[in-house]
Ligand binder design. Sequence first.
Ligand code: TYD
Length: 199
Amino acid sequence: MGSFVVLEGLDGAGTTTQAARLTERLEAAGHVVLRTAEPTGGPIGRLLRTTLQGGDGAADRASLPWLFAADRADHLARTVEPALAAGRWVVSDRYVPSSLAYQSLDRPLDLVDGLNRWFRLPDLTVFVHAPVEVCLARIAARGEAVELFEERETLTRIAAAYEVVLPLLEARGARVARVDGTRSVDEVAARIWQVVTAP
Ligand code: TYD
């Protein structure tokens, strides 16, 4: 049977790298794995990426809670649910906790939660924890254009929001594991593997 694993963290925490590492390890162990991400590459996800990058055709920031929720509904229906039904593993770079942490900057948490609380719980959420300064240094080292949320004060608020949101989800039965994301890529990957394979 497959399992639905979500990686979460601040921009720069390393969720994308670790989603790739976890997928490789699961595949090496003989599992069929769907690696996926939110925002997705689908129609709503593309609009979201344009909006995050501030390009032509961006939607207003005020619409983000609904767009991320709509992208998630599309993602679950077209990608995640069919893979789980086929017995595959699904490794998603971000899911509901990102909306609760990031969109609660602009809107009441209750509103964002209301849009997201009926989506299925993952089997495991791995929170890759790294301090804001470490994340900012990694974002700067990428040398890419800085996106909407990738700024010190904003990331500090998002980090605080995760501390509220993760216990909320745990109280509802979500299994959340926190991993120290300041270690080397190999060390973090090894720790995530331990958590994923823990009984
Ligand atoms: P990110 O994983 O950083 O993608 P990329 O590596 O392509 O930049 O995600 C994009 C941004 O979207 C990130 O700043 C977090 C934000 N986000 C939300 O605000 N709400 C959400 O529900 C999701 C899934 C992401």
